[in-house]
Design a protein around this ligand. Structure first.
Ligand SMILES: Nc1ncnc2c1ncn2[C@@H]1O[C@H](COP(=O)(O)OP(=O)(O)OP(=O)(O)O)[C@@H](O)[C@H]1O
Ligand SMILES: [Mg+2]
Length: 274
């Protein structure tokens, strides 16, 4: 994929403190990251290392921080229309149908009724829910409800899609299906995406770069580029090696020493020799 050199999204020296019981809590320290137009970046890190806080700062849900967060050179919180966010739990309104829930994604857009309806139908189709357009959330499975949430996020054609552990509550098979759908939607809509996830495999499967966070205070420990071609093979040697590297970065100190390909290839022979 060709990336434009200028970043679409830019975090520069972001620091964030909370006050908890009157005491300061340093949640994020000196977070700097540039995300290019069309890039897919994943952020992984242990619970409490500030991943959701970063997304909240980015969309202006919390404006108290030091440093700068910019979208195309403008403070990001003033361009919230350019960003959409999908959370771990779908947050659909139970009294609205699939169509009505997705329509909420267009609430801030001055569109003609016909164009609005056309756009909603298009996105219901894209996430494979045409047969359920008039269903209510309680009539959907968890994976279907999450697809509605993704469609609601994408229907306004945001420049940046933010995903905060969007598939964490789903079973492994549904999660893999939605990951593939996300990749295909990304291709069609030339999206820039920032995904927060606990799942290292998900990050390697989807992202161009993975940002590994260290906890207390949350800060960048390492940024790993994933230059495997799509569709990525979860069972491949390269995939396995990246998974080992990221797990090492998440859980251990010190540099990662990759195992030699030769050693792994020769393992059966070694076992036989024993
Ligand atoms: N509104 C708040 N008030 C006080 N402290 C907060 C607030 N929001 C988050 N924190 C603290 O900031 C830190 C980062 O929280 P955050 O929710 O960003 O973590 P996270 O990486 O998303 O964790 P998880 O993976 O569990 O979702 C935590 O220590 C948390 O307790
Ligand atoms: Mg979180």
């Amino acid at each position: 994929m060709t990336l434009t050199p200028s970043p679409l999204l830019r975090f520069s020296h972001v620091n964030k403190h909370f006050r908890v019981n009157g005491q300061p809590l340093e949640a994020i320290r000196d977070f700097s990251l540039h995300v290019a137009c069309g890039e897919f970046v994943a952020i992984v890190g242990s619970s409490g290392c500030g991943k959701s806080t970063l997304l909240r700062l980015l969309i202006g849900l919390d404006r108290e921080f030091d440093g700068r967060i910019e979208l195309e050179g403008r403070p990001a919180d003033r361009s919230t229309r350019d960003c959409a966010i999908v959370f771990q739990e779908h947050r659909l309104f139970p009294w609205l149908t699939v169509t009505q829930n997705i329509a909420l994604g267009l609430a801030a857009q001055p569109l003609e009724a016909a164009e609005r309806d056309r756009r909603i139908v298009e996105f219901i189709e894209r996430v494979g829910l045409s047969a359920f357009s008039q269903a209510y959330p309680h009539q959907l499975s968890g994976g279907m409800a999450q697809r509605v949430a993704i469609a609601r996020g994408l229907v306004a054609r945001p420049r940046v899609l933010l995903l905060d552990e969007p598939f964490a509550a789903l079973d492994a098979l549904t999660r893999q299906q939605l990951q593939d759908e996300l990749l295909s939607l990304r291709g069609k809509a030339s999206l820039t995406a920032v995904l927060v996830t606990h799942d290292v495999e998900e990050a390697i499967y989807l992202a161009d770069r993975v940002v590994v966070m260290a906890p207390r205070p949350g800060r960048i420990k390492r940024i790993v580029t994933i230059d495997l071609p799509h569709p990525r093979q979860r069972g491949s040697f390269e995939f396995h090696q990246l998974r080992e590297q990221l797990l090492h970065e998440l859980t251990r100190e010190g540099p990662y020493e990759p195992p030699g390909r030769d050693l792994i290839r020769d393992l059966p022979a070694l076992y036989i020799a024993c």
